[in-house]
Design a binder for this molecule. Sequence first.
Ligand code: GAR
Length: 195
Amino acid sequence: KKRVAILISGGGSNMLALVRDMGPDHPCRPVLVASNDPAASGLARAAALGIDTAAVDHRPFGRDREAFEAALTERLEAARPDIICLAGFMRILTPSFIARWEGRMLNIHPSLLPKYRGLHTHARAIEAGDAEHGVSVHEVTAELDGGPVLGQARVPVHPDDTPERLAARVLEKEHILYPMVLRRFAMGDRTPIRL
Ligand code: GAR
């Protein structure tokens, strides 16, 4: 089986969706869940499932992203992942970190890329008056939220939507899309999925 490491910063609902999908018939197994925030509740949720976890707090490193990433890389290398899934991981990664894992790293981003790279995607879709919004899973390249899209799922934007309500509607789709993309990616299939 392919070894999968998952990087999170928060509750880890996408991490759980990926892990729950990794049953006996799955081409992957989870070998590590790591977070830049030691308080991320997803770490405890992963540990409760018997998965190895690592907390690499970015704060002691201040602005030194490379030192933070060196510490993270040490934990990742020890787990020997074939694939890394960013799942609500909220740190920008340097080009050298990305280059090390290029072709093996996926990210989930809550917009219909190439629209709304970066933050506050739900508020921006509402602000723009979009009729549709959604989520993308893409390969991670040096361009922020810019790598090849491997899957997208769409949701309607309702006239009375708040960013919170819209985010919840998108999150339901995230939990369906990311496991589908990971399965295919692990089998070497990069054909984009549209939901
Ligand atoms: C998800 O909505 C994910 O798409 C988003 O953070 C949330 C994490 O939720 N990711 C980004 O915004 C990446 N820039 P989770 O911790 O429950 O999976």
